[in-house]
Each structure stands twice: as structure tokens, then as C-alpha cells.
Design a protein around this ligand. Structure first.
Ligand code: OGA
Ligand code: NI
Length: 335
């Protein structure tokens, strides 16, 4: 499977990337979601108001952005630089740098994990690897660009802190006991570096198909190029790139745990002809044996459980085998 970044696209998009009409993006230019709330984590509002804003955004959109979140801007810029440098390397170098683990924990792939089974491909290259505990994971990460391990290592630590802080606020907002998310539920975070090269015809393909994340929450650093769109009331809205913000979205697992109080939203990525877009997602994932069930205090006689419990690894198998199809995944989860 050839990486998108090495396809020689003399202004023509290869047939295997052309999506059938009903799956094409339609309007590439959608209203920017000014309505997707940007929440200031260090403003003069008190903690309770911040928690309320997070809960409200999570209920209404499944998405919000955070600013003044405490992660150093220099580190965010360095991270962007390093991941762009990575994707600018030759396909051979990328392949080599991502094959240091005989067990394959660090993966370089293109389109989606279902490349061989899918009917058409997506305009994206990706690298995915675990990032906690750092000492155990880092030794299988790329060593080129030379600062990859140092910078992405520091980034992973900061994102673990930030995601824990956000989850602690969500925990408080939902009335769950302190630390509800802090053990097995967030033990297995993953880094995903997405790269969407410029595309000769963005109207025919997508960078990432419509999906909802299989995580607890996901934090995305999207840089300054537009492309991420969120489905809200059957309309696509763009997630406006804000300088040094993180985009946070609610995954299926938090939807289950909150018994549907917080809802994830489907989102997708469109491409553009001009600029490569490189993003980095931090997925908060549980350990594979972890049982995902609605929290007891949120599922009771007044609010019957909407979802049956499932082991995280079983959920992920279904999610991948159904290619993230929302109806199929929700059918599986239904009580
Ligand atoms: C993801 C995702 C958005 C982006 O990695 O699940 O939705 O803008 N990424 O790359
Ligand atoms: Ni996503």
C-alpha cells in the first residue's frame, strides 16, 4: 500500500481514492463552528463555571476547544514541527522508523486500518503508537527526525496531564467519585499523527471518513489549516483553527459511561488543494480488559441504562469491523 504522500499525483486523483457520489464531502466550505465553544481554562471564571461550560458543550456538541490550558506553546510548536518533518521524510525512512517494535506497537499506515477491506481509500497517512508508560513505549518510536522521541515524549506527558485534568472536571460535573477515570480507564493512551497531503480534487475524496472516536476523550492539535468538520443537527460545521488551542471530543466510551448524558459527535476531515495538513490526536484509552459500563449513579430506575457493558477490546473489535459505522456500533452497544 502506497502512502498518499508518495503517490505521484500529476493533478489527477487515483481512481481508488474517488468516493462514490453519496460518500463525497458535498460542500467543502461549511460554516465555521463559531458555536463550538472555546473554553478558557485559566480565565477569571471559577472552576464551577468552567465545569458547567465543559458539560454543556459535551452535551450539545460532543466537541469543544480549550485555550489557556497550561501546555507550553513552544512545546506545541515543536510538536507540530517534528510531525511535519516526519511526514516529509521518504517513504522508506518512515517505514524503517516505524518498524522498531517486533510486536508492531508503532504503526505506519495509510487511509484507514481497514485498507485492504475498504472499497475506496482516504487521503491520509498516519502513524499510531502507545505513549504510556513512556519508558516502555518510547524505545519503539521513530528516532528520525532526531527530536521525535524527546518532543513527542514531552508532549505525551503534558497531554496526559491535561486530559486527566479535563476528565477530573467532567467527573465532578457528572457527580462521579473523584478519580473515576484516573486508573484503568485511562491507562492506555495512544498518539496518532495524521497527515493529509494537498489533494488534486478535494470534492471527490475525504481525508478521514465520518466517524466518532472509540475513546474516552480525544485531544487534537490541528494546527492552522482547516479541514475538521463536525456533524451537528445533520449539518456539517467546521472546527475553526484557533492558535494553540486543543480540540477536545467525547468518544463512545464516555458516552457509555455517562449513560448518554454526554454524547460524542461524528466528524470527518476534508482535504484541500493547497496545503498539507498535519494533526496529532491523543486518545484516552482504557486497558483492553477494562469493562466499560454506565456509571452506577447515572444508570438507575429513573434513568435506565442505555448501553450494555462491554470489554474495551471487544468494543474495539466491533468498532473496527464495522468501519466505525454509527448505527452498527450503537446497535451492538444497545442494552
Ligand atoms: C481522529 C480525528 C481529526 C483531524 O484522529 O480521530 O478525528 O483533524 N482527527 O485530524
Ligand atoms: Ni476522530
Amino acid at each position: 500500500m502506497e502512502l498518499v504522500s508518495s503517490l505521484c499525483n500529476n493533478g489527477v486523483i487515483p481512481a481508488s481514492y474517488v468516493h462514490p457520489p453519496e460518500a463525497r464531502p458535498g460542500n467543502l466550505i461549511v460554516p465555521l463552528g463559531k458555536s463550538i465553544p472555546a473554553i478558557d481554562l485559566a480565565g477569571d471564571r471559577d472552576q464551577i463555571q468552567i465545569i458547567q461550560a465543559i458539560l454543556k458543550a459535551s452535551e450539545e456538541y460532543g466537541f469543544f476547544q480549550v485555550i489557556n490550558h497550561g501546555v507550553s506553546e513552544t512545546l506545541m510548536d515543536d510538536t507540530m514541527d517534528v510531525i511535519q518533518e516526519f511526514h516529509a521524510m521518504s517513504a522508506m525512512d518512515k517505514e524503517m522508523e516505524c518498524s522498531k517494535d517486533p510486536d508492531g506497537s508503532c504503526k505506519l499506515y495509510t487511509s484507514s486500518l481497514g485498507y485492504l477491506a475498504e472499497n475506496f481509500h482516504y487521503w491520509r497517512d498516519a502513524v499510531a503508537h502507545p505513549c504510556h508508560p513512556l519508558e516502555e513505549c518510547l524505545k519503539f518510536w521513530p528516532q528520525k527526525p532526531i527530536r521525535y522521541r524527546e518532543v513527542i515524549g514531552a508532549y505525551s506527558i503534558e497531554l496526559r496531564k491535561l486530559s486527566s485534568r479535563i476528565l477530573e472536571m467532567i467527573c465532578e460535573g457528572l457527580g462521579l467519585e473523584t478519580g473515576y477515570f484516573s486508573s484503568a480507564l485511562s491507562e492506555n493512551p495512544k498518539i496518532l499523527v495524521n497527515h493529509y497531503p494537498p489533494c488534486p480534487d478535494p470534492s471527490l475524496t475525504l481525508g478521514l471518513s465520518k466517524h466518532q472516536d472509540p475513546s474516552i476523550i480525544t485531544l487534537v492539535l490541528q494546527g492552522h489549516i482547516q479541514g475538521l468538520q463536525v456533524l451537528k443537527d445533520d449539518q456539517w460545521i467546521g472546527v475553526q483553527p484557533l492558535p494553540h488551542a486543543f480540540v477536545v471530543n467525547i468518544g463512545y466510551l464516555l458516552q457509555i459511561i455517562s449513560n448518554g448524558k454526554l454524547k460524542g459527535a461524528e466528524h470527518r476531515v476534508v482535504t484541500n488543494t493547497e496545503d498539507a495538513r498535519t494533526t496529532i490526536s491523543y486518545f484516552v484509552y482504557p486497558s483492553s480488559e477494562c469493562l466499560i459500563i454506565p456509571a452506577k449513579i447515572l444508570a438507575n430506575q429513573q434513568n435506565p441504562p442505555l448501553y450494555k457493558g462491554c470489554k474495551f477490546s471487544d468494543f474495539l473489535t466491533v468498532y473496527l469491523s464495522k468501519a466505525a459505522d454509527k448505527e452498527a456500533v450503537e446497535e451492538y452497544l444497545k442494552f
